[in-house]
Design a protein around this ligand. Structure first.
Ligand SMILES: [Zn+2]
Length: 276
């Protein structure tokens, strides 16, 4: 009799354990469905090819909201800079993405390069025609308000960037050089859509202290330019803050980027992975 009671108790315990485990499973399944539902409704740039990467990035950054996890993995931030690199998407357009994960080949030369108007530039500066036109208009308009901007660097070939980077590397070492200079093929200057500017008075490195900079902050997007390496976004762009470096992306994208206070890298992480 005593044995039978013990058996019954054991069986009941096993049944109870199974029921509890099943309940846990349903909970997990519910949570999984809830997450997928949320993604479907709210995140149009979820890339199904990256699911494993999202999961491991989430496990390393548990406090990060889901949307950020997906954005940052789409950028490539789950890999070190210059790891898992790909050819730049949208080449020969103002949407071309060049950063520490996307490169241009040695022989890539932008189409329609034209010399920047010398009145607002150092001589021998070249840009893609659309960007050159937009820049000219911007430089004219800032002059009307009694200020000046001048292009001091624009299109750079792969070979030129290679020399430049190697010089910085010799000077400061690879680690430090990587924070302010791009490796050849990874420089946005090779797109022909980028300007470094000064105000003809101070060094370009002090551009952030000028009234011209304040004007640029307010107005650059109206001409299609964005500040490409903003303050406090270093962990996304991989570059220290550069008040002098502007990228032409066209008015629509520039306005969107300014409005949402995001970088071009984040914009592309969302836009280039859109499924709907
Ligand atoms: Zn630059």
């Amino acid at each position: 009799m005593k044995n039978i009671i013990i058996y019954i108790v054991i069986i009941l315990m096993i049944v109870l354990a199974i029921l509890l485990a099943l309940r846990e499973d349903t909970k997990k399944e519910d949570k999984r469905l809830e997450t997928l539902n949320y993604i479907n409704k709210n995140i149009s740039f979820f890339n199904y090819d990256y699911i494993d990467r999202y999961v491991s990035y989430h496990l390393k950054n548990k406090k990060l909201p889901l949307k950020r996890v997906i954005t940052e993995v789409n950028i490539g931030l789950d890999n070190d800079y210059y790891q898992n690199t790909k050819p730049a998407p949208n080449k020969q357009t103002p949407k071309v993405l060049v950063n520490k994960y996307h490169y241009l080949k040695e022989d890539y030369i932008p189409e329609n390069l034209t010399e920047v108007y010398e009145g607002y530039s150092k001589p021998g500066m070249y840009l893609v025609d659309k960007a050159a036109e937009a820049y000219k208009k911007m430089a004219e308009d800032i002059r009307k308000e009694g200020m000046k901007i001048r292009v001091i660097s624009s299109y750079r070939s792969y070979q030129y960037q290679k020399k430049l980077y190697e010089r910085y590397e010799r000077q400061d070492g690879k680690k430090k050089a990587d924070k302010y200079s791009a490796r050849p093929g990874f420089s946005e200057h090779q797109t022909g859509l980028v300007i470094d500017i000064d105000n003809e008075v101070l060094s370009y490195e002090d551009f952030g202290k000028t009234k011209e900079f304040e004007w640029m902050k307010k107005n650059a997007h109206k001409y299609g330019f964005i500040l490409r390496y903003p303050e406090k976004k270093e962990f996304i762009t991989g570059y220290t803050y550069e008040a002098w470096h502007y990228r032409y992306v066209g008015k629509k994208i520039a306005t969107h980027i300014k409005k949402h206070n995001i970088t071009f890298d984040e914009y592309c992480a969302m836009e280039n992975n859109k499924t709907k």
